[in-house]
Design a protein around this ligand. Structure first.
Ligand SMILES: *Cc1c(COP(=O)(O)O)cnc(C)c1O
Length: 396
């Protein structure tokens, strides 16, 4: 059997060094728990980066994948696909949107949404093409979504950026109003900013942005790649704020472990026609069978409602930690997306100590650590995980 440290050497030798990894080689998972190549057990509050809504290897998802893998996996979008249509029907019947297109990632979902906005602007707003997005947003790593992402440090090395994006402060409706011109086709924002460190806007922010978009005839695109599929305590984040988007993107939690993304649109703004967009793997039978099985389980068992009930518990336990450690300056969260803020840039040390203590966490900022556990996590698992985090913080 090969040890974790051996795999870490293999990675250094063969894998493009574009990501900063934690020195953890996970080889097996079940629910909220995962084990590394040396047999060490962890409570996993990263969950495949807010992907594994039902935990690792949920039997419903595993079964759907095995059965579909043994039946038919890829036929291309030249032909109809039953699992793709079952997933489409489920998402549309449970959302405010009317039509869906499947891709393979969040970035690809957003690319589709942005193409749709451009077509919409050409057809309905005299060629308007600009999309207003927020500073500190995250929309993906492709050239288009990089331009949409309001974070210069991701962009600077790859200029010139694709034109047509205007960045404004998040949680500031007036900034959107001031940035709106004849050229504006859409506003694209996250209901809660995830990669920025779990930034929760004012309760009426989305509603006021919605009103403004209606007044101006521009599209409201919600990037729900991280907030969708129950994460905030409703199936979709927009339901928490009493608005309906014109266009919505999903990925991460839609996959339950497999790579899939989607953009969804209201009928009135589906400006794309046959030939305008496509994807070889998009809506592949294997991934849509997994996503359909997972989503059906999520809805049938009201996992979003359980997530909402778990929110005060998680935040309560995080606030207990805040009471114990004076260097924690803030605790915030919605549903099962939460963060704690430190007074100084200690996240890297905290992650190292947390790995040692047996809890896996993510640090979106040097001063912030993020919690995005499976939505099926139990109170006992929260207690045990945060006890391990407490042990880790005590060593800082
Ligand atoms: C992760 C993320 C993306 C990008 O998704 P990928 O699957 O990594 O391309 C886009 N938007 C938001 C809000 C995200 O959290």
């Amino acid at each position: 059997m090969t040890k974790s440290s051996d795999w870490i050497d293999v990675e250094k030798k063969y894998y493009a060094q574009t990501v900063r990894r934690q020195p953890v080689v996970l080889v097996r998972g079940e629910g909220t728990r995962a084990w590394d190549a040396d047999g060490k057990e962890y409570l996993d509050f990263v969950a495949g980066w807010a992907v594994n809504q039902l935990g690792h290897c949920h039997p419903v998802v595993t079964k759907a994948i095995s059965e579909q893998a043994a039946t038919l996996m890829q036929v291309s979008n030249q032909f109809y696909s039953v699992p793709q249509l079952q997933l489409a029907e489920t998402l549309i019947e449970n959302s405010a949107l009317d039509l869906v297109f499947f891709g393979n990632s969040g970035a690809e979902a957003n690319e589709g949404a942005m193409k749709l906005a451009r077509r919409y602007g050409k057809l309905n707003r005299d060629g308007a093409y600009e999309i207003i997005t927020a500073l500190n947003s995250f929309h993906g790593r492709t050239m288009g979504t990089l331009a949409a992402t309001g974070q210069p440090h991701y962009q600077e090395k790859f200029t010139p950026l694709q034109p047509g994006f205007v960045h404004v402060d998040y949680n500031d409706v007036e900034a959107i109003m001031n940035a709106t011109t004849d050229k504006t086709a859409a506003v694209m924002i996250e209901p809660v900013q995830g990669e920025a460190g779990v930034i929760i806007p004012a309760d009426d922010y989305l509603k006021r942005v919605r009103d403004w978009c209606d007044q101006k005839g521009i599209l409201l695109i919600l990037d729900e790649v991280q907030t969708g599929m129950g994460r905030l305590g409703s199936l979709f984040g927009y339901q928490e704020y009493g608005v309906e988007p014109d266009v919505m993107t999903l990925a991460k939690g839609l996959g339950y472990g497999v790579p899939i993304g989607a953009f969804m649109s209201k009928e009135h703004c589906m400006a794309l026609v046959p030939g305008d967009h496509g994807s070889t793997f998009g809506g592949n039978m294997l991934t849509t069978a997994a996503a359909y099985a997972g989503t059906k389980f999520l809805i049938d068992n009201d996992i979003p409602g359980k997530t909402k009930e778990m929110e005060p518990y998680l935040l309560g336990r995080l606030n207990d930690l805040r009471g114990r450690f004076s260097f924690i300056s803030d605790v915030r969260g919605k549903g099962l997306l939460a963060a704690i803020e430190f007074e100084s840039e200690i996240s890297p040390q905290v992650l190292t100590a947390a790995n040692e203590a047996g809890i896996l966490l993510n640090a979106p900022r040097p001063t912030t650590i993020r919690f995005m556990p499976p939505l099926t996590i139990t109170k006992e698992e929260i207690d045990q995980g945060l006890e391990r985090l407490g042990n880790a913080l005590a060593t800082i």
